[in-house]
Design a protein around this ligand. Structure first.
Ligand code: ADP
Ligand code: MG
Length: 335
C-alpha cells in the first residue's frame, strides 16, 4: 500500500507548506466576522449571529480518501465507507463537538453496485450509531476517491482548539497509538491474516472516532487534536499552535499487545510515534483537572496514557527513562 505521508516526509512537508501558502495566508484576510476559527485547526468554527452568545457554533470538517493513497484497491468497500466518515468524526471529536450532518462527494471509475452497496453499508452503520444524517453530496466519474464533510455543533465559544495548551499542562493520549499503522503494514503484507493479527487490521480498517470522550473532555481540557498524521507530528501541530514545547516519555505510551508481541520495542515505539491513522485524541489538561479526567476515563472503552508535560521551551523532547529518545529524521523510512 502507498503509505500515508507523515510530517517527517518531504511530501507531507510540501503539503503543509502548500496549504499555508495557497490557502491559509489568503484566507487570513478575514473577510467575514462570523468565522471564529478558519484554516489550521481540526475543524472550522463558524457562527450565524456573532452577537448572540446563546446560539451554538457550527463546526465543519472535511477529509478525503483516495484509492492508492489512503486505501488499497482490495480494501473492503465496507471499511472505506466506515473510514471516510470516521476520519471526519474524529476531527469533530477533537473540537469537543457533536456531529449532526454529513455530505459526500464520490468519484467512481465505473458503477460497481456490489462495491457501492458494501461502501454504503459501512458508511451508514457508523452514521446511524453516531446520529449523523447524510444530507447531500455529488457523484462523478473519475479515479476512486471520496470526500466527506461533517458538520456539528458546540456551545458558543466552547470548541476545544489546538492553541490553548498552557505551560505545566499534562499531555494525554487515548487508545493505543501505532496499532492502526501496524494493521496497515500487516494488510499490505499478507493476503489472509491469521486471527491473532486481525485485531490490528481492524484498528486500521475501522477506526473508532472518540466522540463521547471529546464531549466529556470539552469543559476540562485546554487544547486537543486528533492523531491522523502520527502522534509526534500531531503533537507538534498542537504545540506549534499553542507556542509551547513539551517533555515526554516513550515508556508512558500504551501499546497494543499485538504491536508489543509482533514488533521490536524500537519498531513499536516508531509505529506509535510516526505511524499515523490512529484517530485517537491527544489533549493538554491543567493539573487541577487531572483527577476529573481520570474519573471520566473509567467509563471509556479506550485506554488513557499521560505521556508528558507542556513546557515553555520551543523543543519537543522525548525521553526513555533518563535517556533522550531520538525520533526518526525526515526522509528516513524504517518500514
Ligand atoms: P486534519 O489532519 O485535522 O484533517 P489537515 O492536516 O488535513 O487537518 O488540515 C490542516 C488544516 O488545513 C485544516 O484546518 C484544514 O481545514 C485546512 N486545509 C487542508 N486542505 C485545505 C484546502 N485545500 N483548502 C483550505 N483549507 C485546507
Ligand atoms: Mg485532525
Amino acid at each position: 500500500m502507498t503509505e500515508q505521508p507523515t510530517i517527517s516526509d518531504p511530501a507531507s512537508l510540501r503539503e503543509f507548506c502548500l496549504i499555508e501558502k495557497l490557502f491559509a495566508r489568503r484566507a487570513r484576510s478575514r473577510l467575514r466576522a462570523d468565522v471564529s476559527i478558519g484554516i489550521g485547526d481540526d475543524a472550522a468554527v463558524t457562527r450565524f449571529s456573532p452577537d448572540n452568545p446563546g446560539e451554538a457554533d457550527l463546526v465543519t470538517a472535511t477529509d478525503m480518501l483516495s484509492e492508492g493513497t489512503h486505501f488499497l484497491p482490495e480494501t473492503p468497500a465496507h471499511s472505506v465507507g466506515h473510514r471516510c466518515l470516521a476520519v471526519n468524526l474524529s476531527d469533530i471529536a477533537a473540537m469537543g463537538a457533536t456531529p449532526l450532518w454529513a455530505s459526500m462527494a464520490l468519484s467512481l471509475p465505473a458503477v460497481d453496485e456490489q462495491w457501492l452497496n458494501e461502501f454504503a453499508d459501512g458508511f451508514f452503520a457508523l452514521a446511524d450509531v453516531c446520529g449523523v444524517e447524510l444530507i447531500g453530496g455529488d457523484t462523478v466519474r473519475g479515479p476512486l476517491s471520496v470526500a466527506v464533510t461533517v458538520q456539528g455543533s458546540v456551545p458558543c465559544a466552547q470548541a476545544v482548539l489546538r492553541s490553548g495548551a498552557q505551560t505545566g499542562d499534562l499531555l494525554y493520549v487515548t487508545g493505543e497509538p501505532g496499532a492502526a499503522a501496524a494493521g496497515r503494514l500487516l494488510l499490505a503484507e499478507a493476503e489472509e491474516l491469521p486471527a491473532s493479527t486481525q485485531a490490528l487490521a481492524n484498528k486500521f480498517m475501522y477506526p473508532e472516532p472518540r466522540l463521547q470522550v471529546g464531549l466529556e473532555l470539552r469543559p476540562l481540557v485546554n487544547a486537543m487534536i486528533d492523531i491522523s498524521d502520527g502522534l509526534h507530528a500531531d503533537l507538534k501541530h498542537l504545540l506549534a499552535a499553542s507556542s509551547k514545547g513539551a517533555a515526554l516519555d516513550v515508556d508512558k505510551l500504551c501499546l497494543h499487545a499485538g504491536v508489543e508481541s509482533g514488533f521490536s520495542r524500537a519498531q513499536a515505539i516508531e509505529l506509535a510515534m510516526c505511524g499515523g491513522e490512529d484517530y485517537e485524541l491527544l489533549f493538554a489538561v491543567s493539573p487541577r483537572n487531572v483527577a476529573q479526567v481520570h474519573k471520566l476515563a473509567k467509563g471509556w472503552s479506550c485506554r488513557l496514557a499521560c505521556i508528558g508535560v507542556v513546557t515553555e521551551s520551543a523543543q519537543v523532547e522525548w525521553r526513555q527513562g533518563e535517556e533522550s529518545y531520538a525520533i526518526p529524521d525526515s526522509g528516513y523510512r524504517h518500514f
